[in-house]
Design a protein. Structure first.
Length: 231
């Protein structure tokens, strides 16, 4: 039997230098009565780099919230954004896409669009979903900050040092140091916390969501360690 052999040569690879553009956006520009639980989907003209799709490059916002929290799903040339909680009703939602890249590193042409959600009344009050340090925790380091996360975006005008407070040894101390872009996470900083003390976080019912639903009065406490860790 005579052995069979074969050879071939490949053509020179071609680099895709064409622009990356958004072919379709759902909901489309100026859509009305959009469901508050809608997923926003951008379809591009070619496959995109999943790592380039972030809250900065695919930004969803509405009045009072500069960046809506949610999750991204990438499938080939499609990027989908699912908000972590329903969008507010009867509200204009803005979408900006800039900086998403294809597999060659080419960024998309800037896209801005908006749609209006259906007039659905929000009657659910905001709630606290997590506090760090957790309620009842002990031996908390003296350099710790207090971070509170809520179930939905708050009205930023109600997030003040009159509605959030830290107390220890009968005295109030510290203040709000930051509020997340989606107004769902508030950080308080008390500097070096008092040693061997019980620290109480108090949030009043004057805190409201964007539909003016009030938070129920909330408190949580933790105890600090006896000395500052300098290691």
């Amino acid at each position: 039997m005579i052995p069979f052999g074969s050879t071939f040569t490949t053509g020179a690879g071609q680099t895709d230098n064409g622009p990356l553009v958004v072919s379709t956006l759902t909901p489309p520009q100026n859509a009305a009565n959009v469901a508050v639980n809608t997923t926003i989907v951008a379809t591009f003209n070619k496959t995109i780099n999943p790592l380039s799709v972030t809250a900065a490059s695919f930004r969803v916002s509405y009045p009072g919230v500069s960046s809506v929290t949610g999750s991204y799903t990438i499938n080939g040339a499609t990027a989908s954004f699912a908000p972590a909680s329903p969008l507010p009703g009867d509200t204009t939602i803005s979408v900006q896409i800039s900086g998403v890249q294809d597999l060659s590193g080419i960024a998309n042409n800037f896209v801005a669009a908006s749609f209006h959600t259906a007039a659905v009344a929000d009657t659910d009050p905001p709630t606290v979903v997590s506090v760090t340090p957790t309620d009842g925790s002990t031996d908390v380091g003296l350099n710790s900050t207090v971070v509170v996360t809520f179930s939905e975006s708050l009205n930023p005008a109600t997030v003040t040092n009159n509605t959030f407070a830290l107390f220890a040894n009968g005295s109030r101390f510290g203040s709000i140091s930051s509020v997340s872009p989606d107004a769902r996470t508030v950080t308080l900083n008390g500097g070096t916390l008092p040693a061997a003390s019980t620290v109480t976080l108090a949030i009043t019912g004057s805190v409201k969501d964007l539909a003016s639903n009030p938070l129920a009065d909330f408190t949580a406490s933790f105890s600090t360690t006896g000395s500052l860790d300098t290691s």
